[in-house]
Each structure stands twice: as C-alpha cells, then as structure tokens.
Design a protein around this ligand. Structure first.
Ligand SMILES: [Zn+2]
Length: 166
C-alpha cells in the first residue's frame, strides 16, 4: 500500500467523499465509491444505502455487481474503484470475484476502526480485515492524507461525536 498523491486520483476520491456526505445527509452511513475505466472515464458511482434495512448495500458491492452486468472481463480488469473508505471483507470479495482491477481508498479500515474505538462505538459484526487479507491479488492504494480529516468528520457526525470542523 502507498499513499495516494496523484491529482487525478484525488479528484475521484473527492467525488467519493461527496457521495459519502450525500449518504450521511440522506440518513445513511457516509461511504461513497466511483468506478473509473482504464481511460479515466467515470462509469458508475454509488453511496451507502444500508438505511433501507439491508446492511449489505455498500457502494463497493453495488459497483461490483454493476461491473459484472455491464463490463466485459477485460474492461473490469482495467477498471479502478475509488472509495471513501477501504472495502470491507464482503466488498473486497465481491470486487475480486467479478475481476475488477485496482482499489484506491481515502481512508483505511484500520483508520476507521481506530476512530470508532476512540469514540466507543461497538465493533461491527464483520472483522475489519484489510483488502489485502481478503483479495491478495488486487492492487490497493491509500490512504489519502489530504482527505483524512474530511472522512473522519463525516464518521464523527454519524456517531454524534462533537469535533471541530476541519
Ligand atoms: Zn462493504
């Protein structure tokens, strides 16, 4: 893993953070993702939709399914999924099963887990394994230090933690 530095990469990640904010504003958890093809064209984007009552409705899972239905095998392999928070094990598995390419995230699962622990939020029912532990063949890049404060602030809002806006 390495830190994300490219300006183009950051642009996609900023869109993910916007989608995460939209999710939060809509009463959902703040996660957002975009799927970009090998030429840099955004093909699909989504945000968390677990407020529906279905806790599997993560954007990365939705994008994996979208890719399976709409992209050829070679198109999937050269696509990159950008996301505000590192894929959970379910989404990392879906990403690998459909043969998608790179993952680039703004905040890591390790960072998110650290924040939740700090705030006393109960652990989720799924172990916060890094993508590399679930899908070792997938190239993963992140976190993006430029976006850490923003992503942390969204999760702080979700959990009702008062923090200075940054
Ligand atoms: Zn997930």
């Amino acid at each position: 893993m390495s830190d994300v530095t490219g300006e183009a990469e950051l642009r996609y990640l900023r869109r993910c953070v916007e989608l995460a904010a939209e999710a939060l504003d809509a009463g959902d958890e703040p996660f957002g993702s975009v799927l970009v093809d090998g030429d840099g064209t955004v093909h699909a984007e989504d945000r968390n939709r677990v407020a529906s009552g279905d806790s599997t409705r993560h954007p990365e899972f939705a994008l994996a399914r979208w890719a399976a239905e709409n992209l050829t095998v070679s198109e999937r392999a050269t696509a990159t999924v950008y996301t505000s928070g590192e894929h959970c094990p379910m989404c990392a598995a879906a990403h690998a099963w459909v043969g998608l390419g790179r993952i680039v995230y703004a905040a890591s699962s390790e960072q998110l887990t650290g924040w939740l622990t700090e705030w006393g939020v109960p652990a989720s029912p799924v172990a916060p394994l890094p993508v590399a532990a679930v899908a070792p063949g997938v190239t993963v890049e992140g976190p993006a230090p430029e976006l850490t404060a923003q992503v942390r602030a969204l999760h702080a809002r979700l959990h009702g933690v008062a923090e200075d806006a940054s």
